[in-house]
Write a protein that binds this ligand. Structure first.
Ligand code: BTN
Length: 242
């Protein structure tokens, strides 16, 4: 693959996140590209980045606004040896890494909203999706960890339907950031947090998640599979549940 803006941060160390970075000008979704690469045997830590997505995917069937030139849209192929039920924890681990990477460029205003939202000043600046891929025997083959971060998106370019809820680093701080530097920080921090989880368990990372939690102490209504529960958020448990 020819040189691209992210070539400089490809670390070439097998087994680590960012060992290989594949860059595309335009894709439907980096999740789809990563799925094909995973099926072809791409190793753990392979990263897909797109300049723009024509059909970026959010959680729960939503879309992800993906204009060119301003944000970071990436999917990381992970090959963890874990049970399917543990996959959602990886998106919490990614949330910590994303919060830490944004802290570099937007200090003091980063929070996480369970399960997968990254907030700046109480509005959504990033989202995470973790898609599990199974093999023919229904065992976990890989996890496609998709991360979208609004970095240099200007206020007038935020679509009206999400304007009240969405924000970017530029909108929050008034400063543009270096997307390649944010991506580098994200992949390095994700590698560190992922390895902590692998070697010591999720309990090693959950205190960091708690420190960024924007919901702790707040009254919330949780709607899950048709049931509604109301209460005050205490934090997350050892499984990452609210
Ligand atoms: C959410 O908050 O709903 C999750 C959003 C995830 C968006 C990212 S952008 C890169 C990757 N490719 C996609 O199509 N989605 C994820």
């Amino acid at each position: 693959m020819p040189k691209h803006p992210y070539t400089a941060i490809e670390n070439k160390q097998p087994g680590t996140i960012g060992c290989r970075i594949l860059y595309f000008e335009e894709v439907e979704s980096t999740q789809n590209i990563a799925r094909n690469l995973a099926a072809e045997g791409a190793p753990h830590g392979t990263v897909v980045i797109a300049e723009t997505q024509s059909a970026g995917r959010g959680r729960m069937g939503r879309g992800w606004h993906s204009p060119p030139g301003v944000n970071l849209y990436t999917t990381i192929i992970l090959r963890p040896k874990i049970a399917m039920a543990e996959v959602p924890r990886l998106s919490l681990v990614a949330g910590v890494a994303a919060a830490e990477a944004l802290e570099d460029v937007a200090p003091g205003i980063v929070q996480l909203k369970w399960p997968n939202d990254v907030w700046l000043n109480g509005r959504k600046a990033g989202g995470i999706i973790a898609e599990a891929v199974t093999d023919r025997t229904q065992q976990l083959d890989s996890v496609l960890l998709g991360i979208g971060l609004n970095l240099n998106l200007a206020a007038h370019d935020v679509p009206s339907d999400i304007r009240a809820r969405a924000i970017s680093v530029l909108i929050a701080t008034g400063r543009r950031c270096d997307r390649v530097a944010v991506a580098n920080s994200l992949f390095m921090r994700l590698n560190t947090r992922y390895m902590e989880t692998v070697t010591q368990g999720f309990a090693a990372v959950s205190p960091a998640w708690e420190r960024y939690s924007g919901l702790t102490g707040k009254r919330v209504t949780v709607v899950d599979a048709g049931t509604r529960a109301e209460g005050i958020v205490k934090g997350i448990d050892a499984d990452g549940a609210l």
